[in-house]
Design a protein around this ligand. Structure first.
Ligand SMILES: Nc1ncnc2c1ncn2[C@@H]1O[C@H](COP(=O)(O)OP(=O)(O)OP(=O)(O)O)[C@@H](O)[C@H]1O
Length: 705
């Protein structure tokens, strides 16, 4: 690293940084001032327009004129909004860049003999008032040459054209606000010095963006073409989650203005993980997508009171549902009453009559949608007649004043018949809201009864239940554009098929590690691919084989648990290493003493240590041995900055810790089975720097090398 102030390059770069920083501050100030001015002008315009607006409904011409005036007024307001959103966007970029204006510089020669063009690359892009690029966004096409990590002749694609250039300089910076801390020039660009610096900084309680140091193989995932399904297999610590976050940021950039964060879904393994990653995108100036666990995804699709339950369902069982539905015809018993507030709003018989009207259509989404439209219309007219009933008016007048104010914004004192009806309708719609909701959710279909007739089985799993409902009704989210499933190896075929079907128009990014499948019955890597091929047509694949999380000694240890042909492919990035410690205690007492010793040792370090137990039930036993020294982590918790936490492997998924203690690696806990091997691999690979493995009595075969 070059950092000496006597280095003229350093001085030049510091001067450039100071100048850029000043410009960024000015752009920020100007943007705020412009937004204030726009707001003031908008208020002024609105006031004068409202004053000028002569609302006149006397004749048809007057109405048209009034309408034209209102449209003109709205256009002006919209123009203000637009001006503000441009400024807000600049301000967001400035906010990101003021933390670190850029992290790299490239010099590119586009034509023989022409002068090189210098570009500074940062986490966002920005131009000065003369439209000169101050900082190039890391996601812009030209920045690709930085990530390709090859000097000399190179190319990138912009607007569908391949652009060739000669990369003369690739310089990386360490910067804190307006201070240049150092720079590295990569000559042949084999070793990424900024990466090594970043890795040696250690972990933090929240995941950090890896924008400046995305590696070449990772970049192929981040910038991958939009395909229906991209399946990424990566060893533990290879940056799958990091790459996933960068990919989301990349997609937001690519589809700026058209892609809404509400159309992007991230299916996370557990809530603790969701909180671990939820700062990455805001730090990059982007909004978070919808972050959901499987249970959170499923809950709103299931009837109230029904839990996610058993997720282990094969694709074959779901295909059997499709096959059976092909010959299915509705019967009266397939329909349920819709009841709310003790009143039957739509009877099963009425549903059967509506069903009969569409008898010429097969039972499926088209017919069910038509039926639902008709049922909703019937429900609305039913509500209107309830609203007109005298009883209802009596009920309303008996409401407390507070209730009336809450419902109508005033006390119930209608001045006309029409107003009385309108207010009553408001009341009725609220009273029977759950009925409206049930019709919209197509709860008039008795899915359990249909399953009984269709499949001859009682007690569907939730996966089958939702699948059958989707197959019959077309229920789903057609607006979702991207769905990212992290730790994809932990889902069953059935769960994956449900998601593939529910988000039927979305492109999927599936990231996982076949060797981290920690539960029985989840889909194998090839099965995952097969499900998505069947649902989406084609699946592209990428692999990530370098591990960045752990020291080489720890990486070697967990790689030794892999099948031999896979283990040789795993590489890690060199850093100082403390060898993992393995202690076998002769009996329970000695074991407890050892556990206390290593936990005490860990507690005195200023780092975060995880005692990872195989199952939740074990956490209490271990915590009892450790007493005050450790905190048991639950689903609702976030990772603390430091200390010793005890947590089950299921919750440790995707997370990392400075130290990991495996409290008991005895054969009882880790027998010589494939599942136990994967569970141990996942446990050990959570550690960045230190691993201590204890065993009560005897060490598992898996670790006897
Ligand atoms: N290119 C990179 N630059 C800097 N740090 C990186 C890079 N890639 C990965 N890392 C770091 O390596 C660690 C592991 O990354 P991440 O959690 O994304 O891996 P993963 O493949 O999802 O892991 P696992 O499957 O084991 O949970 C993180 O601390 C991350 O910041």
């Amino acid at each position: 690293m070059s950092s000496a102030a006597s280095d003229p390059e350093f001085t030049t770069e510091q001067a450039h940084l100071t100048e850029t920083y000043g410009k960024l501050e000015k752009i920020g100030r100007d943007a705020v001032a412009a937004m204030e001015a726009v707001a003031a002008q908008a208020a002024e315009d609105k006031k004068s327009m409202a004053e000028e607006l002569a609302v006149n409904f006397a004749t048809w011409d007057d109405i048209l004129e009034t309408h034209a005036d209102i449209v003109a007024m709205n256009n002006i307001i919209e123009a203000h909004d637009m001006a503000n959103s441009v400024q807000a966007e600049r301000l967001r970029a400035v906010e990101v860049l003021l933390r670190e204006p850029y992290f790299a510089k490239i010099a590119l020669r586009f034509k023989e003999g022409a002068p090189a063009k210098e570009l500074y690359i940062g986490s966002a892009g920005i131009s000065d008032e003369n439209y000169r690029r101050l900082v190039v966004d890391w996601r812009s096409p030209v920045a690709e040459v930085y990530y390709n990590q090859a000097m000399g002749p190179t190319s990138y694609v912009a607007d569908g054209r391949v652009i060739h250039a000669d990369l003369l300089l690739r310089r990386q910076f360490e910067i804190d606000r307006d201070q240049l801390l150092g720079y590295f020039d990569s000559d042949v660009a084999i070793e990424d010095k900024l990466l090594l610096a970043s890795l040696s900084r250690g972990r933090s309680a929240h995941m950090q963006a890896i924008t400046a140091t995305i590696q070449k193989e990772q970049n192929t995932v981040v910038r991958h073409a939009d395909v229906p399904v991209l399946q990424v297999a990566g060893v533990a610590g290879s940056g799958k989650t990091s790459v996933l976050m960068q990919r989301i940021a990349y997609l937001f950039y690519q589809h700026r203005g058209t892609l809404d964060p509400a159309q992007v879904f991230l299916i996370s393994p557990n809530p603790v993980f969701g909180r671990y990653i939820d700062r990455v995108l805001p730090d990059l100036g982007e909004r978070n997508p919808e972050i959901l666990t499987w249970a959170e995804f499923l809950a709103p699709l299931l009837p109230a009171g029904r839990g996610a339950g058993e997720g282990n369902v094969s694709y074959e069982r779901l295909r059997a549902i499709d096959a059976a539905l092909a010959h299915f015809a509705f019967e009266r018993s397939d329909f349920r009453d819709i009841t709310a507030a003790g009143t039957r709003l739509v009877g099963g018989d009425a549903v059967a009559k509506v069903a009969a009207k569409f008898d010429h259509l097969p039972a499926g989404p088209h017919r069910v949608t038509l039926m639902n439209e008709e049922l909703e219309a019937r429900l609305q007219s039913r509500l209107a007649s309830i609203a007109a009933a005298e009883d209802t008016h009596d009920e309303i007048s008996e409401l407390s004043i507070e209730e009336q104010l809450r419902l109508f914004g005033e006390t119930f004192d209608p001045q006309s018949e029409e107003e009385a009806r309108a207010l009553a309708l408001t009341y009725v719609r609220e009273k029977y809201a759950s009925g409206i909701q049930q019709v919209r959710a197509m709860d008039w279909l008795d899915i359990d009864e249909i399953a009984r007739r269709l499949l001859g089985c009682d007690g569907l799993t939730s996966v089958e239940w939702v699948y059958l409902k989707m197959a019959l009704t077309g229920m789903g989210d057609p607006d979702a554009k991207y769905v990212m499933i992290d730790e994809v190896q932990d889902y069953s075929e059935g769960q994956l098929a449900v998601m593939a079907r529910y988000f039927r128009r979305a492109n999927f990014l599936l990231l996982g590690d076949p060797n981290q499948a920690i539960a029985e019955g989840t889909a194998g890597w090839g099965e995952i691919r097969a499900v998505f091929e069947a649902e989406r047509g084609s699946v592209d694949e990428c692999r990530l084989m370098t591990s960045y999380r752990s020291t080489p000694a720890i990486t070697d240890l967990f790689a030794s648990l892999l099948p031999p042909d896979e283990a040789v492919e795993v590489s890690s990035v060199q850093r100082e290493a403390v060898p993992p410690e393995i202690v076998v205690a002769s009996d329970g007492e000695a074991w407890a003493a050892e556990l206390r010793r290593v936990a005490d040792e860990a507690a005195s370090a200023d780092t975060l240590t995880a005692v990872i137990v195989p199952y939740k039930s074990e956490a209490r036993r271990v915590a009892k041995v450790l007493g005050e020294a450790a905190v048991v982590l639950g689903e609702r918790d976030s990772l603390p900055d430091g200390g010793v936490v005890v947590l089950p492997l299921k919750l440790a998924k995707g997370l990392e810790f400075d130290r990991v203690i495996v409290p008991d690696a005895s054969p009882q806990v880790f027998p010589a089975s494939d599942l136990a091997r994967r569970r141990l691999y996942t446990t050990i690979s959570r550690a960045t720097r230190h691993v201590t493995i204890l065993a009560n009595g005897e060490l598992t075969e898996l670790l006897k090398l």
